[in-house]
Design a protein around this ligand. Sequence first.
Ligand SMILES: [Zn+2]
Ligand SMILES: [Zn+2]
Length: 152
Amino acid sequence: MLYKYMCKSFAQIICEVIVLKRLTELRKEILRIIETSEVPLNAEEIYQKLETKPNLSSVYRGLSFLEDNGMIKSISFDSHVRFFYPVEKNHPLHFIYCKNCRKIEVFNECFADRIQAQIEKKHDCTITDHVFYFIGLCSECRHNYPGRGRET
Ligand SMILES: [Zn+2]
Ligand SMILES: [Zn+2]
């Protein structure tokens, strides 16, 4: 009885080690995909790019782990869909989000520095980071739907 119990525990441990190893590899692959992408990606896009296909919930768990450990950041625009991007060491990223096709573009122009000192003084705070995005229509959508860019 004791032997049987011990065997089961041992099997469970082995199982857990295998799961842990797989998860670590998955996290590494997820991180690599995010770091090599030019734009933030959502969980499904990351899933599509994975060489080994686990289930989508493993991808979500991996993303939570990476975000909790400060290796990636995420942003959501006009829906509950979160887009993940690497932690930028040089400068925070700036996005243009298309509300029609949900495409994200990245731009580097920044004017935060100009207002940062002013805001820090006014609110008596220290600003360490910023996230900036515009919402609108991308070039393609703007030309396919003339006039829509002026609405709302
Ligand atoms: Zn678009
Ligand atoms: Zn900036």
